[in-house]
Design a protein around this ligand. Structure first.
Ligand code: GDP
Length: 300
């Protein structure tokens, strides 16, 4: 918990630190206070839609005389934020199939490979057999990086040469996972966004191949988003949601950014469970997203 708290420190300063300065000691809440609060929420990347909803709810609670002072306002905000992040929260259950196939998608640089490496290490530690497939064949560095993570975690990595057909990698990955009786297969994919249409088409193709080779696969389509990109993460979520049947989200780089409010926006606006959050580069820095703990760490 302390590590999570430390990871969220910049967001806590920019969000809750400013809220404290605005409301603490206030004996009475008025429209100006709520206006100030609205501005803080928006600049902390909670998003316009979610901010408007939160402020409206707080106004209603104020008119019911529930918010007597600044401390009550802060507490009410915390409650309302928790309600919105807890709604669709669900950890990823990988026991539903074997091998359980996780297709990892997202734009280059968001932390896809790192997240896959962290997941591989974590599942290995749990005694699960893991295979990785290097489906991003456009960048040799991507496959190499995945291989390095795989070696560190002690898991097999299926990779082809640079420029190979990603579908062939997926095909071999599934074959290897089945032959080795793996519990989990994690498939990396390309993320060159400048060819948006091609990228989405390619993801669909990879998905089709998976389903053909192993009915039901992928069992999870995990979208990785970089929290530090703030509103960009929201547009990426929108784009991938439309094109790629996203079933879960991992939000990386929450450490080092003041834009952690984005977690609230993503939970509230997309109705896709946030499965993991990244709070550092180390292997232990990928956390299951625990809404209550997250809100507690933010507000403490
Ligand atoms: P990819 O292009 O999406 O595969 O991105 P990478 O996995 O190569 O990650 C890009 C950079 O982000 C690397 O330097 C990672 O160490 C870093 N990174 C990934 N996740 C986190 C995180 O949760 N916190 C921090 N601070 N850095 C991260």
């Amino acid at each position: 918990f302390e590590r999570l708290k430390q990871g969220l420190s910049k967001t806590r300063d920019s969000l809750v630190g400013r809220i404290d300065r605005l409301v603490l000691g206030k004996k009475e809440i008025d429209a100006d206070t709520l206006e100030g609060l609205e501005e803080i929420l928006i600049t902390a990347d909670i998003g316009v839609q979610t901010t408007v909803e939160l402020i409206r709810t707080l106004e209603q609670r104020l008119s019911r005389n529930e918010l007597k002072d600044g401390a009550a306002l802060k507490e009410a905000l915390k409650e309302e934020i928790l309600k919105r992040v807890v709604r669709d929260a669900a950890p990823l259950d990988t026991t539903a199939a074997s091998p359980f196939v996780i297709m990892v998608i997202g734009v280059n640089g968001v932390g896809k490979t790192t997240t896959i490496g962290k997941l591989a290490a974590r599942y290995c530690q749990q005694g699960k057999r893991v295979v990785l497939a290097a489906g991003d064949t456009f960048r040799a560095a991507a496959a190499e990086q995945l291989q390095a993570w795989g070696e560190r975690a002690g898991v097999d990595v299926v990779r082809h040469q640079e420029g190979a057909d990603p579908s062939a990698v997926v095909f071999d990955g599934i074959k290897a996972a089945v032959a080795r009786k793996a519990d989990i297969l994690i498939v990396d994919t390309a993320g060159r966004l400048h060819t948006k249409v091609n990228l989405m088409e390619e993801l669909k193709k990879v998905r089709r191949i998976m389903g053909r080779e192993l009915p039901g696969a992928p069992h999870e389509t995990l979208l990785v988003l970089d929290a530090a990109t703030g509103q960009n993460a929201i547009s990426q979520a929108r784009l991938f949601k439309e094109a790629a049947e996203v079933s879960g989200i991992a939000l990386t780089k929450l450490d080092g950014t003041a834009k952690g409010g984005i977690v609230v926006a993503i939970c509230n606006e997309f109705r896709i469970p946030v499965r993991y959050i990244g709070v550092g580069e180390g292997v232990e820095d990928l956390r299951d997203f625990d809404p209550a703990q997250f809100v507690e760490a933010l507000f403490q």
